[in-house]
Design a protein around this ligand. Sequence first.
Ligand code: GRF
Length: 195
Amino acid sequence: MGAGYVCGVRLGVLASGSGTNLEAILAADIPVAVVVIDRPCRAIDVATSHGVVAVLAERSSYGKDFDRVAYTNGVIDVLESHQIDLVVMAGFGTIFEKPMFDAYEGRIINTHPALLPSFPGWHAVRDALAFGVKVTGVTVHVATLEVDAGPIIAQAAVPVLDDDTEESLHERIKDVERVLYPDTIKAIIERGSVL
Ligand code: GRF
């Protein structure tokens, strides 16, 4: 199977937070084979309440001693043991090392709360607001070793309002994300390839 092809399409969703994107994916009747989380979070409850297998691949550390390669290999083992074809990052807070992008080249997707290539990184909403843009949005893209830099699959715009806070803007972005991400995943499944 070449890079980018997702025949069969067994999805593994990776999450670290409230899991509302995971919830939207499940609500759209997209079959999810496994959910992997890197810390205790609401996403595990979302998975289990939908009868989806959830695996806690807990980070041992958030400090300099964190063995990112070993952690990456551990998550690959979980995904491979569930025969995952397509890795769906949905608010996953740990950056992977190269082995992940070798194992799943072109078959890892992510949703980012800004219009890439503007505002990459963990504080995309805050950075867009601080810059003073009038329009921001959502980008669904192929995840690559370089963070938030892979090929863009889909985007949608969200206007910034004069009285927006980081929270209010992120919530409106997430409203759009919870439609765009499931729609994009369905399109990937239908065409049998990520791009
Ligand atoms: C989303 O806005 C996603 O783009 C960002 O983290 C958020 C995850 O939200 N990377 P949730 O956990 O799915 O509610």
